[in-house]
Write a protein that binds this ligand. Sequence first.
Ligand code: FES
Ligand SMILES: [Fe+2]
Length: 424
Amino acid sequence: MVNLNELVNPATGMVNRNIYVDREIYEQELEKIFARCWCYLGHESQVPNPGDFVASYIGEDPVLVVRDSRGKIGAFLNTCRHRGMRVCRADEGNAAAFTCTYHGWTYGNDGKLVGVPGYKEYYYEELDMEQWGLVPVAQVDSYKGMIFGTFDANATSLPEYLGDMTFYLDILIDRREGGSEIIGGVHKWIMPCNWKFAAENFGGDGYHFPITHISAFASGARRDQAIRRATGIGTESTQFVVSPGNGHNVMTGVHNGVPPEGPTELFDDYIVQIFPEMEERLGPLRARMSGGVGNIFPNMSFLRGGGSGAHTLRVWHPRGPDKIEVWSWAIVDKKAPPEIKEANRFYCTGSFSPGGIFEMDDAENWVAATQASSGYMGRQQVFNYSMAVGHQRTSEDHPGSLGPSPSEHNQRNLYARWLELMNS
Ligand code: FES
Ligand SMILES: [Fe+2]
């Protein structure tokens, strides 16, 4: 077995490239990370009514999230207990029961096996149907509409798992009464890169903004500061990165006034209008913070920042050491007027989607870095995450361990957590 301590050194920030391309290490990640952590499954706004369901994944395992007829949200492995066929083949919908299209076993929306063709004639009523319901995800819980699940029955509770991350997450999902909702369906696409490239980029890589995204900024995808200044919307901000614990990470900042929201006047007017409500709900400090860009360990990222108008949640589903399947959604304030929701959806698609101007910039890097780390010589090299080692600090105002922006403080914390889980 590989000695991971020789490959990953969170103190110095030296990380061997094998952890991004090696099959054996990847298989270990599926077991030690994805099967044990709380993974994001979907949003309650996707399953508002009894019988509503939405497809998801934990690692490579397909999972069906369903609100049963009594209103309780559960999650099950989306695989028939008979011969493994996917029990539900739709992305979303409403159903009282799911009938497998292979031999017809039928499961209730609470996961129980309720129908077996030939139960009398072929099974002689000897099949114990109680024992053959869908395999449940061991624990399912929600945080302000966000549904998470874990295969580990002994895992700590979701509130404990998220910990201080909720301090930052609330800026994104709970700044208005009623919280948030997902709109416009899901974007899905495949990228030939390791999942950690995406997780660490959203969690901590502020270094790449002015280089990677130079053309996106030049095109006006993010509103020019001079234009914003005229509106009274905060233009100066103190940027920092923060690791609230458990491998979670956020890049954020405190603005000198109303934080920027999007690239058009519509967004300016909206944020100015809702700012008092934000102050009331989040307090004067968090109301001025950018919703930020972050990653909930292991593979769920979010972005509400930079004045791009893009507010997105996404999961980087692993599909092998060198492949991910991205599932990405637009998230909006539930109480926002229709024109703001539509603008969010529009700018989300334009900046963070398979054809998004920022997304394509990022993808180029992650794909090429994965490829260039796969060769014989490439695999012997290390990545350098040493930026600002020793420059972390704590703050009374912000829970977690703070680092300067940019720095690789958050990435080092991500790999420290990764190593801890992989070794345990
Ligand atoms: S695989 Fe589902 S009924 Fe046979
Ligand atoms: Fe980026």
